[in-house]
Design a protein around this ligand. Structure first.
Ligand code: SF4
Length: 345
């Protein structure tokens, strides 16, 4: 992809309410900031200039790569397919263990380049990608750009994927839903206290309800919980997440429990021990979830997909590579049980 300089101009923000005193309410994410004249929102990527809110990151790309969809991780939507992944700047959370804190928390200067929505589609096609993932930083933050990109992607026959912390508002999701195929959402904890610790987020119920809406709208949903020792890996929170998935999203919904790598402000915390992973697997089984995966533990047998009915091995993985795929027409080759997800197009 060519890397022209990012444009200086700003783009008028969607979903803003003008208030009487010149401030503006932003309704793109659940923080719903009231931004005073001349000020920026909590995320720093939205500016109130003379009573109008502008996005400052439209088309500003900080990171780009091409990977299999397994890297997100998404395991039940066209396994093994290549996707264009890209991210920008900023976040509406402040996770102390953030894997991408440089771009998400903007802790120092970050190089960006400009790519138009059409550039994304062209680049994805040129590189044999079947879809575009907005990832690396929270995609809601450059909502206007992802919406334009998703529209063009669908027109161009590509699939689309949000890798999100789920703090998007229902209004934003409603706008982008017609152009969104996959919603890969983090559920980081199952209490306000837990969310405060792992994300510095004020609440979490809205994350659950918007995810349920995504499911209701027919978007493919997969859930990830990164297990951070002592913060979110107790049996109560894990059971809460697993039960909510089973009851509100469905027992077929994949749940990825991933190992934590100590870094950033949690570099003193130990990596996820096997006992935490076992607790999460037990919570998933107790809730009746049919597809629970273990991530960030190379060689772990629960990277693989097993038939939920006869337990036959269906897809064997190593990290993000598929090493064997025995599925036949979206079903188990042994007992013919249909597997949840999309396996052909
Ligand atoms: S996107 Fe969220 S954090 Fe940023 S200004 Fe809007 S409501 Fe605030």
């Amino acid at each position: 992809m060519e890397k022209p300089e990012a444009p200086k101009e700003r783009v008028e923000a969607l979903l803003q309410d003008k208030l009487e005193d010149g401030s503006v309410r932003c309704n793109v994410c659940q923080r719903r900031c009231t931004v005073p004249a001349g000020g920026r929102g909590w995320c720093k990527t939205r500016l109130n200039s003379e009573g109008k809110l502008y996005s400052l990151t439209y088309g500003k790309v900080s990171s780009v790569s091409i990977n299999p969809i397994e890297k997100k991780p998404v395991y039940h939507f066209l396994p093994g397919s290549q996707w264009l992944s890209l991210g920008s700047l900023g976040c509406n959370f402040r996770c102390p263990g953030c894997q991408n804190f440089g771009i998400a928390h903007m802790t120092g200067p970050v190089n960006t380049f400009y790519a138009s929505p059409q550039d994304l589609v062209d680049y994805a096609k040129k590189n044999s990608c079947i879809g575009i993932s907005w990832t690396f930083n929270e995609p809601t933050l450059w909502f206007e750009y992802t919406l334009d990109g998703a529209r063009l992607a669908k027109e161009g026959g590509l699939f689309t994927n949000y890798v999100t912390n789920g703090y998007i508002t229902e209004e934003s999701l409603s706008l982008i839903a017609p152009y969104l195929d996959v919603y890969r959402v983090d559920v980081k904890a199952f209490s306000s206290e837990g969310y405060g610790k792992v994300a510095n987020a004020p609440d979490f119920e809205g994350i659950l309800s918007v995810t349920e809406k995504a499911k209701d709208l027919g978007i493919h949903v997969e859930v990830v919980t990164n297990l951070i020792p002592g913060l979110n890996d107790d049996a109560g929170q894990l059971s809460g997440i697993a039960s909510w998935i089973a009851k509100r999203l469905g027992e077929d919904t994949p749940w990825h429990v991933t190992g934590f790598h100590p870094q950033f402000k949690l570099s003193h915390v130990r990596p996820t021990p096997p006992s935490s992973i076992q607790r999460a697997l037990a919570a998933g089984e107790g809730a009746g979830l049919r597809y629970v995966y273990v991530g960030n533990v190379p060689g772990h047998p629960r990277q693989n997909t097993f038939c939920a009915s006869c337990r036959a091995l269906l897809i064997e993985r190593y990290v993000m590579d598929i090493t064997k795929n025995r599925m036949k027409d979206g079903a188990c080759p042994e007992c013919k049980e249909t597997v949840f997800g999309k396996f052909s197009y």
